[in-house]
Design a protein around this ligand. Structure first.
Ligand SMILES: *Cc1c(COP(=O)(O)O)cnc(C)c1O
Length: 412
């Protein structure tokens, strides 16, 4: 369910006419619906009846206005860098609801996490554990730790976004994890708190989640038999959304399948949803610059792969809708950006609205891994982000200027 709808053939975000936003701030821009973000967060969070913390995966959409909204709904954050920690704190997220994932945390980042008194570091290697022990000892504090274990489960998603296979770089193999926990338990400045896993993204079936939970649950009982108590079970994120014709489980089905496995486990659950909360709560609005007929029909728009990387990076599909539905019908072709790369497309060999110059198009399902993956490639200022809220809208990130492009650069 989302709040992007046609009213009298004009596409609206909640009750805001999208043409009005374009008129005021220009194009392209990301546009999020506050009601949809709120609805998705609550639907997910309330699907769980066991004690839990919903730590939104910041990397999916990291604008501080959006993180602040989730904080106001009781949410925490899953972070993967010092920059994301900085954002989460600025947004008002309770540090005791922040978990820190990622294979390559630097010592400075570990120190920042410790200073901020976050809930838990999801440690991904023995060397990281030793670095954390070292930094914590220097500071004279205890570091709360869980290991990210790799359960070797196939999430059956795109190879670039599967993370829980033995061949992936993430976590430590579950078979080696007992030794890692015993080592951690013996370190003076490490406090073992949890076990975590995250097997991939855009999963459209619950069975890989259940399979990995079963493996992790067995592992937790092994730990408990050796006298290592576990307070938090972090199951990561990864629940998929509908982009085209996928039929992912809804949060209630996902929660039910997990809770059925949890029964006698006395842990607080940590969940790290990203895409399922924000993916269908945001769109990218772009303007048609030109059209041309080459070997096929090309619709050239003012947004490119630097603004939305997913089509180029993963061959991902995003539906495209006209902001003004004049009954123009559909045609087949490519929607491409201005970037000097053949891989610069938003849609390839798919149907799209038949368009002409100055038409506005809505690139759907762009709320997750959209703005956060954008870059300045081709020296294109990053686009504005806008939050639609009932009949009003707020610019939550201004469009970058040319001056901002060279900020920090100097000619020696
Ligand atoms: C990316 C990521 C998530 C979020 O994944 P989604 O598919 O967006 O839900 C959660 N946890 C970790 C560790 C991640 O790397």
């Amino acid at each position: 369910m989302n709040h992007f709808n046609y009213q009298d053939n004009i596409f609206h975000c909640e009750d805001v006419d999208i043409r009005e936003i374009a008129k005021e701030i220009g194009t392209p821009f990301y546009l999020y619906s506050k009601a949809t973000l709120t609805h998705h967060f609550k639907t997910f969070d309330q699907a769980f009846s066991v004690p839990h913390i919903t730590c939104f995966a910041t990397k999916a959409c990291s604008n501080i206005a959006i993180l602040n909204l989730f904080a106001s709904l009781g949410g925490g954050a899953d972070i993967v860098s010092g920059g994301e920690l900085f954002r989460a704190l600025k947004a008002g997220i309770d540090p005791q609801k922040i978990v820190y994932s990622g294979v390559g945390k630097s010592r400075d980042e570990l120190r920042f996490g410790l200073e901020s008194q976050i809930l838990m570091f999801n440690v991904e290697s023995q060397q990281e554990l030793l670095a954390l022990q070292d930094v914590a000892a220097e500071m004279g504090v205890q570091a709360p730790v869980s290991f990210r274990v790799n359960p070797d489960v196939d999430p059956k998603t795109h190879a670039y976004i599967s993370t829980g296979l033995a061949k992936n770089k993430f976590g430590i193999p579950i078979g080696d994890a007992l030794e890692a926990y015993q080592q951690a338990a013996a370190l003076a400045n490490i406090t073992v708190q949890g076990v975590s896993c995250h097997i991939g993204s855009q999963l459209t079936d619950v069975s890989p989640f259940v399979e990995s939970l079963q493996k992790v649950k067995n592992f937790i009982s092994t730990l408990q038999h050796t006298g290592i108590a576990i307070k938090y079970l972090d199951l990561g994120g990864g629940l998929g959304i509908n982009y085209e014709d996928e039929e992912p489980p809804v949060p209630a089905q996902y929660a039910q399948a997990l809770e059925a496995e949890l029964k006698d486990l006395d842990c607080t659950l940590i969940l790290e949803p990203g895409r399922v909360i924000v993916g269908n709560a945001g769109i990218l609005v772009t303007k048609v610059l030109y059209t041309k007929q080459g070997g096929k029909k090309f619709t050239i728009v003012d947004a490119g792969m630097n603004d939305l990387a997913r089509p180029s990076l993963y061959g991902a599909y995003h539906a495209i809708l006209p902001v003004e539905d004049r009954g123009q019908g559909i045609e087949t072709g490519d929607v491409v950006g201005p970037i000097c790369e053949t891989g610069d497309f938003l849609s390839r060999d798919k149907t799209m609205p038949a368009s002409q110059s100055d038409d506005l198009l809505a690139i759907m399902s762009a709320g997750a891994y959209g703005f956060t993956m954008s870059s300045n490639y081709n020296s294109r200022p990053r686009v504005a982000e806008v939050l639609g809220d009932g009949e009003t809208f707020h610019v939550i990130r201004q469009r970058e200027t040319y001056e901002m492009l060279i900020a920090g650069e100097k000619i020696p």
